[in-house]
Design a protein around this ligand. Structure first.
Ligand code: TMP
Length: 254
């Protein structure tokens, strides 16, 4: 049977297909979970469905406060229609509290509040394990212009303010997150938009009361059920898709 549509790219957690109109793509969320650049792998039932919903929720909210994103609309349980962008080869990380690689690198205890949000850049290259790079590299190697870089930092901080507020409202601390930025060209000019996904795969989310981790660290560090953690985030935000809602078991009528 001929394939339904052309595959443009397959990554670790998502597939991009040709969209219905020029300049659009269909982004499909897989159930695959990986950590350590693919060193640890598993399939987590329902993860793709949850991340599709959660990314829709965050991207839509960002759009509503005037932060441009690639998101157009959700198509179904696992797919969303997005604008085709030219991805800038950087992982843009914003940190509010020390954790993960920052804690390892600097010996700062996980959970220590940082004096202010810190934006850092990793060069996207799996073969090199996405190394942390100084801003000077970004401009010198031509990955982004100085103007782009300034705009990326401003965008990342707006995303941080929005995401921190949304999560705080449901009792969750946004420790850090990663976004990717894309260019949309219009003749000789381009604008920058938030691309890829925003989900518990790319954020650190801690319950404020208990410190329970509700993000991919559950998988990276073998802390229990990843699906349960993501379901909890979706439930608190009120975005649980109907077919993964925990329904009461049917009772037999005599
Ligand atoms: P790190 O502490 O491992 O550097 O990660 C910081 C944040 O960025 C954390 O929320 C996980 C996220 N992240 C990704 O989503 N993908 C990546 O490839 C990396 C390096 C980090």
């Amino acid at each position: 049977m001929a394939p339904r549509r052309k595959k443009i790219y397959e990554g670790k957690a998502k597939i991009l297909y040709e969209g219905p109109e020029p300049g659009t793509l269909v982004q499909y969320f897989k159930d695959d979970a990986t950590a350590g650049n693919g060193a640890k792998k598993d399939v987590i039932d329902g993860k793709g469905v949850l991340n599709n919903r959660l990314s829709e929720f965050f991207m839509t909210g960002l759009g509503q406060i005037g932060v441009p994103t690639h998101f157009i609309r959700r198509l179904n349980m696992r797919e969303q229609l997005i604008r085709q962008v030219e991805i800038i080869p950087l992982e843009v990380i914003v940190r509010n509290y020390a954790a993960g690689s920052m804690s390892t690198r600097l010996g700062i205890e996980e959970g220590t509040q940082l004096p202010r949000p810190i934006v850092e850049f990793c060069y996207k290259d799996d073969k090199l394990n996405d190394p942390l790079v100084p801003e000077e590299y970004v401009v010198a190697f031509g990955w982004a212009s100085q103007q782009d870089l300034d705009d990326i930092v401003a965008l990342a901080l707006r995303v941080n303010d929005f995401m921190s507020g949304v999560m705080l409202a449901v009792g969750i601390r946004l420790v850090d997150f990663k976004i990717e930025i894309g260019r949309i060209w219009d003749g000789d000019f381009h604008r920058l938009v938030v691309a890829d996904e925003i989900s518990p795969d790319s954020c650190r989310l801690w319950d404020i009361e208990t410190g329970r981790k509700l993000d991919k660290d559950v998988f990276r560090r073998d802390l229990g059920s990843l699906a349960d953690a993501y379901t909890e985030v979706a439930r608190r935000l009120g975005v649980l898709p109907s077919n993964v809602t925990h329904r009461p078991k049917p009772t037999l009528i005599n």
